[in-house]
Ligand binder design. Structure first.
Ligand SMILES: [Fe+2]
Ligand SMILES: [Fe+2]
Length: 195
């Protein structure tokens, strides 16, 4: 058994609210299920899921200052969408505070709110697991995404990003460039696949 996991859990449980900790456990287990389905190392998927929201112990308003303090570059639109910053800062915390040096895990944590062009398998697993985990109950398309995630993870990522953009547009919320770039990349890949 990977005893590091138990240590990460102990630490996270102290830092996060009860509901955020429960969400983190659920994302870890869902990531493991997707890793089983798509042939990805289970231990890496579990760590990525468990730690993906490790920076959620801070308020959104704190991230810009924290990133500047630690020399983490932020684009102008990242600064305008502080809710996505916990992912970028979370990757920094995973490395510096939890001793994670696996680049695939750090990448998945860093892009779990926005995706990124050319997402790797763990990036996709975490992105989808964060959306479909068992405690989620708000999105209208949850049942469909839960089914699709285990049939075609690329299509699930595409549909979730598309839905997220539509939701943000409808609310008039700022949309960061990375989410737009992710969507353009996924559309292009989808178009080529169906040609
Ligand atoms: Fe998150
Ligand atoms: Fe999350």
């Amino acid at each position: 058994m990977n005893t590091d996991i138990l240590e990460y859990r102990r630490k996270l449980k102290k830092k996060l609210s009860e509901t955020r900790y429960e969400h983190s456990l659920s994302v870890a287990f869902t990531s493991v299920c997707l890793a089983m389905r798509y042939g990805y190392p289970l231990d890496k998927a579990e760590v990525a899921g468990l730690l993906h929201d490790c920076a959620k112990c801070y308020a959104d308003s704190e991230f810009i200052h924290k990133c500047e303090k630690h020399g983490i570059f932020l684009s102008e639109d990242e600064k305008k969408a502080p809710a996505v910053l916990h992912a970028k800062y979370g990757a920094w915390m995973a490395r510096e505070k939890y001793g994670i040096h696996d680049e695939e895990i750090l990448s998945a944590i860093a892009c779990h709110t926005t995706g990124k062009p050319d997402m790797g398998l763990l990036d996709k697993i975490l992105y989808v697991a964060d959306y479909i985990e068992v405690r989620r109950d708000k999105a209208d398309n949850l049942a469909e995404m839960r089914r699709l995630a285990f049939i075609d993870i690329d299509e699930a990522v595409y549909q979730i990003v598309k839905g997220t953009l539509a939701y943000l547009n409808a609310k008039g919320s700022p949309i960061d460039t990375m989410t737009k770039n992710t969507f353009d990349d996924l559309e292009e890949r989808r178009r080529k696949k169906h040609e």
